[in-house]
Write a protein that binds this ligand. Structure first.
Ligand code: GDD
Ligand code: MN
Length: 422
């Protein structure tokens, strides 16, 4: 993790001139990875990151409130880290001034990088605590809820989130439009990433705490606002605790949420969907199958389409399918079933798997041709629709049999008695 070269920068404007200010903290750069607990324990139990952009009218009051709340609970085993994206209203300078008499307050003035989620991660990268937290700076998140969240972490939770949708939770006077937008965003997330958003009652919350060890070494790459979704999707989060809170109206300053934030949210969901999919074998099998469909269709078109070579349909189909099958086998052996193929190395075993694949898929091809002709000749479906449906149904057959019969450990050579582990 590299550091930005603005060490020791102090306030420039006259307003704070002459006041002994602490140095700005260097802003971490490089990959968005949180380090594990390195070196001697810092004694810091909670690092609370406050991302700010144009929050000059809120930041000082929030810092004072937090200090009053956390001191009795944590003594000096906590730190507040303000990460300001070089706000035009110089929020960073006000925070820096507040930190001059508060050793537990650290301020990062980030330049050249923007966005709420990445600001939070940069703060966590600079943090020293076992528990990494985030809350908004505009007092819409009630500061006292931090104590309840920390209690959840002390019980052993990997992540504790403040939620508007559990007992004691809610929003103050939100317009119907805002409620629909918020719930709509949640629903969209549940459709695209059910396994992630389904674990939280308020996945849109920007107020939560997470254990450093659950995130250490994981590369994060959020887009926009939804840092909680990013953390739950990528980190090692098993136990989630939730605390109800009422999301208040903002009194000072403006919300930075624009329509762009909603677009970023959709992009973020789709990126997470893709990034978290590779480990499903069926998905990989279908991706490979998809490439086979393209090869199959292209050759079927070249060979049988009247405007091309116009060869007979079935013979063209046989050539198209065989070519696609060889390609699919090579891709499946190298990607989909890579871990299983490794257990039976060598060309002989590979060839045996190819024969198995060929047999299973040829039976599948038979089924496919049967279905294609039934759908084309009897259901009067267009030849390409008929082919597509036939391929989809046969894909499940091919996957099931290949997974259980062809790439199973059963075909692996059993290690001789002497090296077999107990
Ligand atoms: N550093 C930095 N950079 N901070 C930012 C940026 C940025 O680009 N954009 C916003 N912030 C800070 C704001 O200054 C504020 O402290 C916090 O992030 C939240 O921004 P708001 O603009 O006030 O968001 P909101 O109130 O509309 O939405 C909040 O509540 C929602 C409901 O819980 C956010 O927390 C959303 O994530 C959350 O879904
Ligand atoms: Mn807000």
């Amino acid at each position: 993790m590299a550091l930005d070269a603005t060490d020791g920068e102090v306030a420039e404007s006259g307003a704070l001139a002459g006041k002994a200010l602490r140095a700005l903290e260097p802003c971490p750069t490089g990959p968005l990875v949180i380090a594990g607990a390195e070196g001697p324990p810092s004694g810091i139990r909670l690092s609370l990151v406050i991302p700010t952009f144009n929050e000059s009218r809120n930041v000082t009051a929030l810092i004072e409130r937090l200090e009053g709340l956390l001191e009795p609970v944590l003594g000096d085993a906590y730190e507040l880290i303000v990460v300001d994206d070089d706000s035009p209203d110089r929020t960073w300078e006000l925070a820096l001034s507040a930190s001059s008499t508060r050793p537990r307050v650290r301020v990062i003035r980030r330049r050249g990088e923007k966005g709420l989620s990445t600001a939070v991660i940069r703060g966590w990268q600079a943090a020293r605590g076992e528990v990494l937290a985030v809350m908004d700076a505009d007092l819409q998140h009630p500061p006292d809820v931090n104590v309840a969240l920390f209690r959840e972490m002390e019980k052993g939770a990997d992540l504790a989130a403040a939620s508007r949708h559990v007992e004691g939770g809610g929003v103050s006077d939100w317009s119907l439009m805002r409620r629909v937008l918020s719930r709509g965003a949640q629903l969209l997330g549940l459709i695209i990433l059910p396994g992630v958003l389904g674990r939280l009652t308020d996945p849109m919350s920007g107020f939560f705490m997470v254990r450093r060890t659950a995130m250490a070494g994981v590369e994060l790459s959020p887009i926009g606002y939804k840092i909680l979704v990013e953390v739950v999707a990528r980190a090692r989060i098993h136990w989630i605790g939730e605390v109800g809170y009422v999301f208040r109206e903002r009194e000072e300053g403006e919300s930075k949420v624009t329509s762009r934030i909603y677009l970023q949210y959709l992009k973020h969901l789709l990126r997470l969907r893709w990034d978290t999919l590779p480990n499903s074998r069926l998905f990989r099998f279908c991706v490979v199958g998809g490439t086979g469909v393209i090869v199959d269709m292209a050759i079927l078109y070249l060979l049988s389409d009247p405007s091309m070579l116009g060869f007979p349909l079935t013979r063209s189909k046989l050539v198209a399918a065989e070519t696609a099958m060889i390609g699919n086998f090579l891709l499946n052996d190298a990607w989909t079933f890579r871990d299983l193929a490794k257990k039976a190395p060598g060309p002989a075993a590979k060839f045996r798997r190819f024969l198995g694949f060929q047999l299973i898929c040829t039976i599948g091809l038979g089924l496919n041709v049967l279905l294609l002709n039934v759908l084309f000749n009897f259901a009067a479906l267009n030849r390409y629709w008929a082919n597509g449906i036939a391929i989809a149904l046969v894909t499940l057959w091919n996957y099931g049999l290949n997974r259980t019969l062809n790439w199973t450990p059963l075909v692996t050579k059993r290690p001789p008695e002497s090296v077999r582990r107990p």
